[in-house]
Design a protein around this ligand. Structure first.
Ligand code: SF4
Length: 375
């Protein structure tokens, strides 16, 4: 599974989420998430070592039907404008024959949508063009190594690197913004500079570095230690100053704390910090600006935090997000335990709730990847 972010503009005729957020003073997403990740299917022809969904080649017979899926789209509309941005993910969403119809229906309803496909032979030039014409606004692809040996070893299928390169060109030909997602573990960290150099020659809009959460098949891999993660974030901050594309982290919100410390040291005032690309992401974390819908309709705070507040087959998405005990707790950083609970950065950061859960079983615990010790 890959995780794109919303493109900067909102659906046609509607204010972008960032525009609305900039007019607000807090960082609480009580009304609606900014991003809804929707795992359309578990099926995928890759065998990625870190797959959250533990994807297999065939579909789960209990997946949401087309009629149930169109009802999910109606449930997204119930949040009201500005609508969340929808990310069709998986597994491989191309394994669902009704993907194009769902994209078309999302567009008809005014929901902005992105696609996170797997780089397999299903991802063809014609498929990308058709999905663009149906309403897909951006695409994300995964790249976990700077060369075929490195990348294909992670993806579990020879030829995946070459297929990714072909898909990058087709996405560019289709005129769609491209996000590249890269896994950060102790096995990929040394290759990140080479991946960055490769990406500078590609038509990339955003590079998202996903800091491993040990769920699904990812339990066989190792996260960075906190000191290495901190060094990596300093490197990323320096890189972002001259990078031809935006750089962001996923499941590592304490990059915001590192960036704010660096900006303050450089003399930036609060208004300038909030206007920065990092500032526009303040507060977003699992359950606060983000929600995830599983292939069978379970609603969780993210794909990496497997606690369900309910299911779209029996409850409305808007009620689960706004009112469930799980989501309301995750939106209140004063309820976080340990360092994240007493940290002066917890409103803009709050730590990875998924990692806290993976390590302790408590989604309100401290994020163990962050070495910061609040005063
Ligand atoms: S202690 Fe928690 S809230 Fe504070 S910067 Fe680290 S992860 Fe973020």
């Amino acid at each position: 599974m890959t995780e794109p972010q919303a493109p900067p503009a909102g659906p046609a005729g509607r204010p972008s989420y960032h525009a609305v957020r900039e007019a607000q003073t807090g960082y609480v997403y009580d009304r609606a998430p900014m991003l809804v990740y929707w795992e359309l299917t578990r099926a995928c022809d890759l065998a990625c070592h870190h797959c959250r969904a533990e994807a297999i080649s065939h579909r789960d017979p209990d997946e949401l039907t087309f009629d149930e899926a169109t009802d999910v789209l109606q449930q997204v509309v119930e949040f009201g404008p500005p609508l969340p941005h929808l990310v069709f993910t998986g597994g491989d969403p191309l394994k669902r024959g009704d993907l194009e119809a769902l994209v078309r229906e999302a567009a008809r309803l005014g929901i902005g949508a992105s696609l996170a496909p797997a780089a397999t032979p299903l991802l063809r030039r014609e498929a990308i063009v058709r999905l663009r014409d149906a309403g897909i606004q951006s695409i994300s692809l995964s790249l976990d190594g700077s060369c075929p040996d490195q990348h294909d070893a992670f993806r579990g299928v020879p030829g995946c690197f070459d297929q990714t390169v072909r898909a990058v060109n087709w996405v560019a030909e289709a005129g769609l913004p491209l996000q590249i997602n890269t896994l950060v573990t102790d096995r990929t960290v040394a290759d990140l500079p080479a991946i960055y150099r490769l990406l500078t020659a590609w038509p990339v809009e955003r590079w998202s570095l996903f800091f491993l959460i040990a769920v699904g098949r990812g339990q066989a891999l190792r996260e960075l230690d906190p000191a290495s993660a901190e060094r990596l974030m300093d490197w990323l901050y320096d890189l972002a100053a001259d990078s031809p594309f935006a750089i962001k982290t996923t499941e590592a919100p304490h990059y915001r704390r590192v960036a704010v410390e660096r900006m303050r040291a450089a003399g930036w005032d609060g208004a300038r910090i909030r206007r920065s690309s990092v500032g526009r992401g303040f507060g977003i974390r699992d359950g606060n600006g983000i929600l995830f819908i599983s292939r069978t309709g379970d609603v969780t705070p993210s794909g990496f935090l497997p606690m369900a507040a309910g299911n779209v087959r029996r409850a409305r998405l808007v009620d689960l997000y706004r009112s469930s005990a799980l989501f309301t707790a995750l939106r209140d950083p004063s309820r976080f335990a340990g360092r994240c609970g007493r940290c002066e950065y917890h409103t803009i950061c709050g730590g990875s709730r998924a990692r806290a859960f993976a390590h302790t079983g408590d989604p309100l615990a401290s994020d163990p990847l962050c070495p910061y010790v609040p005063a």
